[in-house]
Design a protein around this ligand. Structure first.
Ligand SMILES: Nc1nc2c(c(=O)[nH]1)N[C@H]1C(S)=C(S)[C@@H](COP(=O)(O)OP(=O)(O)OC[C@H]3O[C@@H](n4cnc5c(N)ncnc54)[C@H](O)[C@@H]3O)O[C@H]1N2
Ligand code: MOO
Length: 635
């Protein structure tokens, strides 16, 4: 056992090991060697065998074709009788003695040994044909066993059956084959706060999401998942559930309860019931992973956070299931990319970061997504997985990195990379573009962040809403000032309504910008550089109100939704934002006017097919009617 010591005095004290992932997995797989015998062999019909793994090689019973067969429509002939044929000296053949008509696939019978295509003969009537070219023996004939010879090995053992394998095995005259049984995986979510009733979410409860994701992955890998409802954090209940699942399944995955909390029982449980092989891997996320064996079955404690859970399931549970299933490990496809942002990492762990990829110019750009272990949307949006090795401090902007693809390169190459300010419409446009095989990836870093991304050559477009405080005009001057060198142009987007977001019914009666300075009002602001912040400051300036006279002026949020959430929860009375955020949160909205949400686009991309498609969507009637339904946009 590595890295775990139990002290009678301090039950909570758990020493996590910090073993390299390769070492941890290979040590564990070695220990699981005896468990492989648990995987039985069964006979099934090849027609139902897609995805199954062969337990024995499969040999052909019959040849394919099992007779010499015509490969073309025409006549079968005796080659030696055609040798003197030429343009100048055609040969006449008689049906019955010199030739017979055949269609593709027909049996070639003795004494015939060659086929001439129908287009190469002249029909003279009365069962006679004329040929002008000699035929060579066996031309246009598929000989016996051309495809498969009886006794030949069609598939080796430990081979995962694909659609074309089914055809080949049937061609070889076999229906029944021997495969390994499907691996059964017991999935056990744990935690008092975890619920699998999805109609309602009481405060303090969390939906059980991991176990369903696990179940789907197991099915993808060709296994059978037995998922149970979340088990409460009570030692005896956990014990009963674990033993029960271990009895019926080849592998058990216990989700959450893997770290050092007072209710984190998984490691203790495994130690009591069997053997704790290892607790703690040098990866982030996923460090409190537990590897154990109970009743001869692998039991894996997977950390609770969805980001950690998904990674550990793929990187650690995956190899175990594949080993028991006798499946070969597949190497993931790797690409080289340029990181668009500095990323600091700890020396202690190997860190896994989900990235968005996009081909901008000739560079493949990797933009890191939210690193939080609790974030599922990073998994949904990712195109790849980037690794920062242990003992590395991370990467600087512009460094070359290796990324394991989790999306198709063809999709990535047809993706418009948008970096800048966020609006709901970006996802809607992306969804429409998807109909024609394109996609749109949008990173939200605020308007100025978008301008800088264009400057660094990392985005095709930057959505911006930047007010020039001198002219009162949007966007144009910013593009001229910052993106002159890039020869960027302004593509008109939408007019968006900005306003005060206040609690339902506007209890504090907030009407104008002056109200923000009232003593009984607390405000929540947006971060510097965001278009909304510039608008707020512009309005305050015009009314000669100073930030320091507004309570909450220094409280920054980075999204419209975060501002709306602060108002909704009552920690602020008012914030500035877009109509859609107020609507989602059930807040009242007091309009302060329209802003221009446009796109900065380098001229060189303007005429690409992708950008033309994007602009087409913007101008479409369908899009206009979507805006109308959403509300909060000027038409
Ligand atoms: N003092 C320490 N605290 C923590 C450590 C540590 O080393 N010392 N490690 C942290 C790390 S890293 C991780 S990862 C988590 C692991 O937590 P557990 O595996 O013990 O899981 P819980 O605490 O029970 O739950 C954490 C979190 O996970 C989510 N969750 C749990 N189950 C589900 C489910 N079925 N579906 C969706 N999401 C689930 C949920 O957000 C829980 O709050 O511990 C840190 N703490
Ligand atoms: O390392 Mo913990 O696994 O998520 O963040």
């Amino acid at each position: 056992m590595i890295g775990y010591r139990r002290s009678d005095r301090m039950e909570r004290k758990i020493y996590l090991s910090n073993t390299d992932i390769e070492e941890a997995v290979s040590l564990y797989l070695e220990r699981l060697e005896p468990c492989i015998r648990n995987t039985a062999i069964e006979k099934i019909d090849i027609r139902e065998a897609k995805g199954r793994v062969t337990a024995k090689p499969i040999f052909a019973r019959t040849s394919s074709p099992n007779h010499n067969a015509a490969a073309m429509d025409g006549i079968m002939v005796i080659a030696s009788k055609t040798y003197s044929a030429s343009e100048a000296n055609p040969v006449i053949l008689n049906k019955g003695s010199d030739f017979e008509y055949v269609n593709t696939g027909h049996v070639i019978t003795e004494p015939y040994d060659s086929v001439i295509m129908i287009e190469d003969i002249v029909d003279l009537g009365s069962d006679q044909v004329k040929i002008m070219v000699q035929a060579s023996p066996w031309q246009h004939i598929r000989p016996i066993g051309e495809d498969i010879v009886a006794g030949e090995m069609i598939l080796p053992e430990n081979h995962q059956i694909r659609p074309m394998d089914i055809g080949a095995v049937l061609s070889g005259g076999r229906t029944e084959i021997e495969v390994y049984e499907k691996i059964k995986v017991g999935i056990m979510p744990t935690g008092n706060e975890i619920t699998d009733r999805y109609d309602d979410l009481p405060k303090g409860k969390l939906f059980d999401t991991n176990s369903w994701t696990f179940r789907a992955i197991v099915e993808d890998w060709g296994g059978i998942a037995e998922r149970i409802s979340p088990v409460e954090d009570e030692y005896d209940k956990l014990k009963t559930a674990l033993l029960d699942l271990a009895q019926r399944n080849h592998v058990v995955v216990v989700n959450a309860g893997s770290s050092a909390g007072s209710k984190d029982f998984t490691a203790k449980l495994i130690e009591e019931l069997g053997e704790l092989v290892l607790h703690g891997i040098a990866i982030k996320p996923g460090k409190p992973t537990i590897l154990g064996i109970v009743k001869g079955k692998p039991v894996i404690g997977v950390p609770g956070y969805p980001g950690s859970a998904f990674l550990v399931f793929e990187e650690v549970v995956g190899p175990v299931i594949k080993k028991l299933q006798h499946m070969r490990m597949q190497l993931a496809q790797e690409v080289k990319a340029t990181v668009s942002r500095r990323m600091v990492s700890t020396l202690k762990y190997r860190e896994y970061i989900r990235v968005k990829l996009g081909k901008v110019g000739d560079k493949l750009i990797a933009t890191p997504l939210n690193r939080g272990a609790g974030v599922t949307m990073a998994l949904v949006k990712a195109d790849g997985l980037m690794v920062i090795p242990r003992n590395s401090e991370g990467y600087e902007t512009g460094d070359e990195v290796r990324v394991t693809l989790t999306n198709d390169m063809s999709v990535i190459e047809n993706t418009i990379v948008s970096i800048g300010s966020h609006d709901l419409i970006m996802d809607l446009i992306g969804s429409i573009l998807g109909r024609n095989g394109r996609s749109l990836s949008s990173a939200h870093v605020g308007s100025m962040g978008g301008i800088m991304a264009i400057k660094r050559g990392e985005a095709h477009i930057a959505p911006i809403h930047l007010l020039d405080e001198n002219t009162g005009e949007y966007n144009k001057t910013y593009i001229e000032k910052y993106l002159g060198q890039e020869r960027a142009v302004l593509v008109k987007g939408v007019r968006r309504e900005q306003g005060f977001m206040v609690a339902k019914g506007n209890p504090k009666n907030i009407r104008t910008i002056e109200d923000l300075a009232r003593e009984d009002i607390s405000f929540v602001n947006r971060q510097k550089g965001s278009g909304t912040r510039i608008l707020t400051d512009y309005l305050l300036n015009r009314h000669q109100i100073e930030g320091k006279n507004i309570s909450g002026y220094d409280r920054d949020m980075t999204t419209h939704m975060a501002v709306a959430a602060a108002v909704e929860s009552g920690t602020a009375d008012v914030g500035v934002g877009v109509y859609s955020a107020a609507k989602v949160m059930g807040l009242d909205f007091i309009s302060i006017g329209y802003e221009d949400y446009d796109f900065a686009v380098p001229e060189k991309y303007l005429n690409t097919e992708m950008l033309r498609a994007f602009i087409e969507v913007l101008n479409s009637e369908e899009f206009k009617s979507i805006l109308k339904d959403l509300g909060g946009y000027g038409l």
